[in-house]
Design a protein around this ligand. Sequence first.
Ligand SMILES: Cc1cc2nc3c(=O)[nH]c(=O)nc-3n(C[C@H](O)[C@H](O)[C@H](O)COP(=O)(O)OP(=O)(O)OC[C@H]3O[C@@H](n4cnc5c(N)ncnc54)[C@H](O)[C@@H]3O)c2cc1C
Length: 279
Amino acid sequence: MTDSGPRVVVIGAGIIGQSTAYYLAHAGAAVTLMDSDDGPSPTSRSSLGVLTHAYGADDAYSSFYRDCHALHEPLSALLFQETGIDVGWRPLGGIDLAFDEGEAGTLRDWVDLNLSRGAEAEWLDESALREAEPGLTTAALGGARFPQDGRVDPVRLGTALRVAAQKRGTVVRTSTTVTEIRPLDGGVDCHLAMASGECTESYDVAVVTTGAWTGELAPSVRVRPIRGQSGFFSGVHVRHVLRWGGLHALPDGDDTLVGGTVDEVGFDLTTTDAARQEL
Ligand SMILES: Cc1cc2nc3c(=O)[nH]c(=O)nc-3n(C[C@H](O)[C@H](O)[C@H](O)COP(=O)(O)OP(=O)(O)OC[C@H]3O[C@@H](n4cnc5c(N)ncnc54)[C@H](O)[C@@H]3O)c2cc1C
């Protein structure tokens, strides 16, 4: 411990590590945020930034999702005050599209479920859907609209969290890979590899926020990488976050951003023609 609170190392500076550092720094911890890279994480910078408010399930995960969602609007305002960075929070609203009667029935149930727990939701028949999304040319026969869905810019959000954490004393170390964590009595030893060499540092607490790489540092945590691809499309305009078949489309400036492909190819970051076709 130091006078300023526990010494915490946050390992991995993606969106989760940056927000962990931010909240710990606010709570008075002496935070060091480390990342093996020197730029935004390939995962967090690729995110579409969609903040989905409503789900069809009524379980603990679903309510955790809603609680987290509710933090974004006040957090965006606070980060703007603290850093002057607009994280791009926008209440776009989301629409899940139905292409057959089976999907329409499921989505109507989602609307009822979300209304029953106090969320905003409405079923749009085909003509209401066309009015809400005039650019839609698909054969969708209706959709479930969730007006509270929103979006942030994930890179700007991460930057604002990190800058605000630094203003509260967080030390950021890039190009620093943690290769091993050894628990000690009342603390942890972290073995670090940097261009300048290797060393061991002691902290009171280590928080592992290494995303898909977590299994390398903590093999008991079973996490595997899944590649997702997205693309910008010009000349197509949407107003909401549209969802169908696991994909998302949303407005991004004058373009439409479409994403959500899923491949089990390990840490391969290359983009593919197959994904472009799918999107
Ligand atoms: C195309 C695409 C679209 C997506 N869209 C959305 C969306 O709309 N909404 C949404 O909520 N989510 C979305 N996601 C998911 C979201 O991007 C991820 O869930 C999120 O970015 C994970 O953040 P993270 O901080 O956990 O991990 P990461 O961003 O992967 O960060 C982990 C960090 O740990 C570092 N690291 C790893 N090992 C070590 C080590 N040993 N030592 C030091 N540093 C280490 C890495 O360099 C990396 O920077 C999308 C993902 C993709 C790919």
